[in-house]
Design a protein around this ligand. Structure first.
Ligand code: GLN
Length: 456
C-alpha cells in the first residue's frame, strides 16, 4: 500500500486519481496485516484497489466526474465498495471518469482528462478511463468500473488490461450514481482474468437495496474460471467450445490493425481447442441509435435529482426557486451531460415518445433476441471491443457523434444485458493495445473468465 501510494503521488500527470486518502489506506493495510497474522486472510486481504468516482464512498469525495457534485460527501458506501472492503481490500482512493459516466475517452470529466499510460498523448478510453489508466500504469492491481454501453470493456481494450461487465443484475447498483439504470452494471478492471474473477466474486451478489439485483446464491467466479471443461486436455483446455463470430463485428471498415490483432487472438483460441462458427447480429448498427435514445432518456430522468437542494452544487446567486434550479444546473453540468438531458427529455416528450423511445425499446428487445439466436449455435461470441486503438487527446473535439459511432461493438451486449469482457489480444498501430471482446449468455461469467484465463 505504501509503495503504491508513493507511485500514485508521483504520477499526477496521468490524471487517474481524483482523490487519495493515504492515512485511511495505511490504516486499512495495517488492519489487513493483523488479520493475516491471525490466519484470517482471504485472497483479497490487504490488496489495494481504487474505485471509479461514480461509486459513493464514505470518507472520500464522490463527484461522478462532475462539478455538480464537487464537495459532496456521501453518508454511506456503495454496496460494491462495501463488499470489497469486507473482503479485506484496501481503498487507495477514487478514480477519474467521464462526467456521470457519459463518454468514451475520459475527456468529459470536469476534473481534466486521464491519459493512456502506453502513450500519454492518447486517451485511456472511457468512461472508466481513470480505472483503466491506473491499472495499466501499475498504480493499483485492480479497480472498479461501470459499464452502461462499454465503459469497462473499451477502456480495458485501450489500455491493455482485462475488464469484465457481468450480466445486468449481478452487481448491486446501490450507491452507484445512476446514469441509465436499465443498463448500468459494475465490474472490475485488473491485470488478468484471474484477478477479475477474484474481484467480481467479492463485488457481486444479491442486494435487497437494488430492486433489479439478481436473486441468486453467491458465486465463486474463480472456481468457475478454473473448472476444466468436459473433454478438455492440458493442451486443449477449450476443446468443444464454440465461439461465434458475428459477421457484423468484422466490417470492411474495421481498422486493419485491430482486425489483425483480433484474428491472431482467434487463431490462438482455435489452437486451444475452440471452434469458430459464423453467426449474425443483424441489428448491430441499430444498437447505436437505440442506445443513444434509451440511455439519454433514462439519464434525463435520473439527473433531475440534481436540483441544488439535495446534493452538491448550488448557484451562489438567484432570484427565486426556478432561477436557482436553472443556474445550478447550468453551472453544474458539463456540455455532454446537457446534450444528453436535452435528447432524453425530447425523446420522452408527448408526441415524440412513440416515434423514438417506444421504437427504441422494441428494437432493444429484438437485439436481445438476435443474441439468443446466436447462442443456439455457439457458447461464446467474440469480436473486437472498439473499431480502432486509442485515439489522441482532443481528436474528437466537438464531434460527439464520432464518439457515439465508436461504441458499435460494445452497445449490443449492454442493450441485451449480457456479460461481456475485454481481454488483451495484442497490439495495433503505434504499439497500442487491442482488446478481444468475449460475450456470453446470461450469467455465463464463469465461461467468459475460463476462456480468457486459458487464452492468457
Ligand atoms: N460511451 C458510452 C456513452 O458515452 C458508454 C458509456 C458507459 O458505458 N458508461 O454513453
Amino acid at each position: 500500500t505504501q509503495h503504491l501510494l508513493t507511485r500514485v503521488a508521483a504520477d499526477t500527470e496521468l490524471g487517474a486519481f481524483l482523490a487519495v486518502d493515504a492515512d485511511a489506506a495505511l490504516a486499512q493495510a495495517r488492519a489487513a496485516d493483523a488479520r493475516r497474522a491471525q490466519g484470517q486472510a482471504g485472497p483479497l486481504t490487504g490488496v489495494p484497489v481504487a474505485h471509479k468516482d461514480i461509486f459513493v464512498t464514505r470518507g472520500l469525495p464522490s463527484t461522478a466526474g462532475s462539478k455538480m457534485l464537487a464537495g459532496y460527501a456521501s453518508p454511506f458506501d456503495a454496496t460494491v465498495v462495501q463488499r470489497l472492503a469486507d473482503a479485506g481490500t484496501v481503498t487507495l482512493g477514487k478514480l477519474n471518469c467521464d462526467e456521470f459516466a457519459m463518454g468514451s475517452a475520459n475527456e468529459n470529466s470536469a476534473y481534466g482528462p486521464a491519459r493512456n499510460p502506453w502513450d500519454r498523448t492518447r486517451v485511456p478510453g472511457g468512461s472508466s478511463g481513470g480505472s483503466a489508466a491506473a491499472v495499466a500504469a501499475r498504480l493499483v492491481p485492480g479497480a472498479t468500473g461501470t459499464d452502461t454501453g462499454g465503459s469497462i470493456r473499451q477502456p480495458a481494450s485501450f489500455t491493455g488490461v482485462t475488464g469484465i461487465k457481468p450480466t445486468y443484475g449481478v452487481c448491486s447498483r446501490y450507491g452507484m450514481i445512476a446514469f441509465a439504470s436499465s443498463l448500468d452494471q459494475a465490474g472490475p478492471l485488473a491485470r488478468s482474468a484471474e484477478d477479475c474473477a477474484l474481484l467480481l466474486s467479492a463485488m457481486s451478489g444479491f442486494d435487497p437495496r437494488d430492486a433489479t439485483s439478481a436473486e441468486r446464491p453467491p458465486q465463486d467466479f474463480h472456481a468457475q474460471m478454473l473448472a476444466p471443461r468436459e473433454g478438455a486436455t492440458a493442451a486443449r483446455p477449450l476443446a468443444g467450445l464454440r465461439i461465434g463470430l458475428p459477421t457484423e463485428f468484422f466490417p470492411a471498415a474495421l481498422a486493419a490493425d485491430v482486425a489483425g490483432a483480433v484474428r491472431v487472438a482467434l487463431a490462438e483460441l482455435e489452437k486451444l481447442g475452440a471452434t469458430l462458427v459464423d453467426v449474425s447480429l443483424p441489428r448491430t448498427e441499430l444498437s447505436i441509435p437505440v442506445y443513444y435514445i434509451i440511455a439519454p432518456a433514462e439519464a434525463s430522468s435520473n439527473l433531475s435529482r440534481f436540483d441544488g437542494v439535495r446534493f452538491g452544487h448550488r448557484a451562489a446567486q438567484y432570484d427565486d426557486l426556478v432561477d436557482m434550479y436553472r443556474k445550478t444546473r447550468a453551472e453544474g453540468f458539463g456540455p455532454e451531460v446537457k446534450r444528453r438531458i436535452m435528447i432524453g427529455t425530447y425523446v420522452l416528450s408527448h408526441g415524440y415518445y412513440d416515434a423514438y423511445y417506444l421504437q427504441a425499446q422494441k428494437l432493444r428487445r429484438m437485439i436481445a433476441d438476435d443474441f439468443q439466436a446466436c447462442f443456439a449455435q455457439c457458447d461464446l461470441i467474440a469480436g473486437p471491443v472498439a473499431p480502432t486503438v486509442a485515439w489522441s487527446l482532443g481528436d474528437q473535439g466537438d464531434d460527439p457523434v464520432k464518439a457515439y459511432l465508436a461504441d458499435i461493438f460494445t452497445l449490443p451486449a449492454s442493450l441485451a444485458g449480457l456479460p461481456g469482457m475485454s481481454v488483451p489480444a495484442g497490439f495495433g498501430a503505434g504499439g497500442l493495445p487491442v482488446g478481444l471482446q468475449l460475450i456470453g449468455n446470461y450469467f455465463q461469467e464463469g465461461a467468459l473468465l475460463h476462456a480468457a484465463h486459458a487464452f492468457q
